[in-house]
Write a protein that binds this ligand. Structure first.
Ligand code: XBP
Ligand code: MG
Length: 254
């Protein structure tokens, strides 16, 4: 039996549905402002999400969908410029409080924080995107609830590589079996599993058909007392929402 010492959260798609309503919209605005007619539809963005990281995603799009595109300047510089503009657009969108947290996220984070549970974030997106979302949804001091916010280019290999999770474990001085991760996608699950961390998955519209083999629990969302989750895989006992009692129970399982 291993004692739970930390909860590690993914951000995009897990804390909030930021992909469809935040990142995708921010990319499209950056493209239009730069004079490109590239429009990432909701459907196309689902395909592009197989590549984690905004800069990596733009490069993948050009290779797959605009093979004849000839940049006027250096391609790396163009991608960096577009991504910078996209990050600014994203800040504006999230700053307007237009993207709410998913069911159960605020409740679970507040419960964990009030119990003194160690918390961390392991995400592919830029640090500034994470802190803006946290402040807007959980309050100005909420970034300080997290001992480590591991984000963006802090590790060279993004999810599904395990590097971002290994970075969190190393920084916090924890063994993987002492932690539980919360993820929403195949790429995120693979990253956590390859780091040896038990993972709860909450699916969303972009990820509900992903392969979640190896997850300890798969839910439609974390659930609330008045809004029970739907169990998609795993054993949640008689629970109808994910609270610290259930997370501790999951961690105990070998
Ligand atoms: C989600 C991602 C990110 C964002 C874009 O990361 O794949 O690439 O879509 O972020 P996670 P940037 O689920 O790990 O939070 O443009 O800032 O790279
Ligand atoms: Mg995610």
């Amino acid at each position: 039996m291993t004692k739970l010492r930390a909860l590690i959260f993914d951000v995009d798609g897990t804390l909030a549905d930021t992909e469809q309503y935040g990142h995708r919209v921010a990319f499209n605005r950056a493209f239009a402002d730069a004079g490109f007619d590239w429009d990432w539809s909701v459907l196309l963005y689902g395909e592009l999400l197989t590549v984690a990281g905004g800069k990596e995603r733009i490069r993948f799009y050009l290779q797959q969908h605009r093979p004849d595109f000839q940049p006027a300047t250096n391609l790396d510089e163009l991608i960096a410029k577009l991504h910078k503009a996209k990050t600014q657009n994203y800040q504006q969108l999230v700053g307007k409080r237009s993207i709410p947290l998913r069911p159960g996220v605020k409740r679970l984070l507040e419960e964990a924080h009030s119990q003194g549970m160690r918390l961390a974030i392991a995400t592919t997106t830029a640090l500034t995107n994470v802190t803006t979302l946290l402040k807007q949804t959980l309050g100005a001091d909420s970034p300080s609830w997290f001992e480590v916010i591991a984000a963006g280019d802090i590790v060279p290999a993004k999810k599904p590589a395990p590097d971002i999770y290994k970075y969190v474990l190393q920084t916090m001085g924890l063994e993987p079996q002492e932690c539980v991760a919360i993820e929403d996608s195949y790429q995120g699950l693979q990253a956590a599993l390859k780091a040896g961390i038990k993972t709860v998955v909450t699916v969303n519209d972009y990820t509900r058909n992903d392969d979640f083999s190896g997850a300890i629990l798969v839910l439609n969302h974390l659930g609330e007392p008045e809004e029970p989750f739907t169990l998609l895989a795993g054993d949640a006992g008689d629970a109808s929402y994910l609270d610290m009692v259930l997370v501790n129970r999951l961690c105990d399982r070998e």
